[in-house]
Design a binder for this molecule. Structure first.
Ligand SMILES: Nc1ncnc2c1ncn2[C@@H]1O[C@H](COP(=O)(O)OP(=O)(O)O)[C@@H](O)[C@H]1O
Ligand SMILES: [Mg+2]
Length: 385
């Protein structure tokens, strides 16, 4: 895991901050010695990762998440209900306040940006769209101030290119579920007051964290988790565009590691392809770089627990920790295995999952990984005895 973080850092993980600096960094990387590793054993492995970048490195360092963001509503995959309504909104007659919710990386931000781009055109986007996300200061005062100044001026119903466009502005509040209740309450008033000139689009993961009066003022849309097939198609398209050679099995592993989050999958694909350069990406590469634990290890863990010998379980867990696997990752994979295991009764599953949940929570509080895995191991032993 640590190894991965190191590599990830050096290569730029593909998020906004690193992408900003990549351009600046790439020339100096060209000067650095390839494979300047001190340990002889891992030399070849390191040279694979740290070799100088190819000439199109700068182009490649654009975050693919932005590069391949759907440009139009039609390009939004899978979210058919939402797309149908947005298409109507585009016809111009219906543009309510929106509330988009659903798991990360399913197209929420892309959807509203695509609608706005189609409505206002690229030129007007800056003028008409205010995007506030959780990293911006969003106390009541700030929201009120920013929104007020932005919404104040009325907007013309024609675009610079002469086409008609809606006479309002759009305020996108990304990660709205991280706003305090008080800020949300204040927002409610602002929404009422400014609705002549302004439409709001609230985006969040959990609709339950948005106060009822806000929810009831919006047209609500749930973004469904993307099925594996949709994710795979999209990743294959990106890989083809970027000339990335990747095995089908490697893509499956990548999708597994991304856990339904297409953004994460795209970012991972970019990081890995940067590290691998022109080599074919294999399943093993993906597993190694994502910290994904091979399924066989999890099966062996469960089987070892089944034998009921505490010492064996301890030895195996110790070995997993030495191999650098993280407890959080182990829990999420173990949970999946347990849930999908047809040989277990409902009671057995329930008692194990409960303990995983508790241990996972303790991990966040900073508990010791080994002890927590052993605790879960003990629960599995008891349940399977
Ligand atoms: N439904 C989708 N159709 C096409 N691409 C998608 C979809 N969902 C996510 N993506 C891809 O994932 C990236 C992140 O999507 P985003 O809209 O920011 O997700 P969210 O806001 O739901 O977390 C986008 O750049 C896009 O490439
Ligand atoms: Mg988003």
């Amino acid at each position: 895991m640590d190894k991965f973080l190191q590599k990830g850092k050096t290569s730029g993980s593909g998020d906004a901050s690193s992408s900003k600096t990549t351009k600046r960094n790439s020339p100096s990387k060209k000067d650095s010695q390839p494979g300047a590793s001190t340990s002889g054993k891992s030399e070849s492995q390191f040279s694979k990762f740290f070799a100088p970048k190819s000439t199109n490195a700068v182009k490649k360092s654009l975050p693919w998440v932005d590069k391949y963001r759907p440009k139009s509503v039609e390009e939004i995959a899978f979210q058919t209900d939402v797309v149908a309504v947005l298409r109507n909104a585009l016809k111009g007659n219906e543009f309510p306040h929106f509330l988009f919710y659903g798991p990360p990386g399913t197209g929420k931000t892309s959807a509203i940006l695509a609608v706005c781009r189609e409505l206002f055109g690229m030129e007007l986007m800056k003028e008409r769209i205010l995007e506030l996300n959780a990293s911006d200061e969003r106390g009541i005062g700030v929201v009120r101030e920013k929104v007020k100044t932005f919404a104040q001026y009325s907007s013309s119903p024609v675009r610079p290119d002469g086409k008609p466009c809606p006479p309002f502005k759009v305020i996108i509040l990304d990660e709205a579920d991280s706003m305090t209740q008080a800020a949300q309450a204040a927002l409610r008033r602002i929404m009422e007051k400014e609705s002549k000139n302004t439409r709001f689009c609230l985006i969040c993961n959990y609709v339950s964290k948005i106060i009822e009066p806000l929810v009831s003022r919006c047209a609500r849309f749930r973004f469904k988790p993307l099925p594996t097939s949709v994710m795979k198609e999209r990743l294959q398209y990106i890989a083809a565009q970027e000339n990335v050679k990747i095995e089908s099995k490697a893509l499956d592993a990548l999708i597994g590691a991304a856990d339904g989050d297409l953004r994460r999958a795209v970012t991972l694909l970019q990081s890995i392809s940067r590290l691998m350069k022109d080599e074919q990406i294999t399943k093993d590469d993906v597993l190694e770089l994502t910290g994904y634990i091979p399924d066989e290890e999890i099966i062996t863990l469960v089987d070892t627990c089944k034998l009921g010998n505490y010492d064996h379980v301890q030895a195996f867990v110790q070995q997993l920790i030495y191999a650098g696997y993280g407890a959080g990752q182990l829990f999420s994979q173990l949970e999946k295995q347990i849930l999908e295991n047809d040989n277990l009764s409902g009671d057995q599953k329930a008692s194990i999952i409960e303990r995983i949940a508790i241990a996972d929570h303790r991990l966040m509080d900073g508990a010791d990984e080994f002890l927590q895995i052993m605790d879960v191991g003990g629960a599995v032993m008891t349940a399977l005895a």
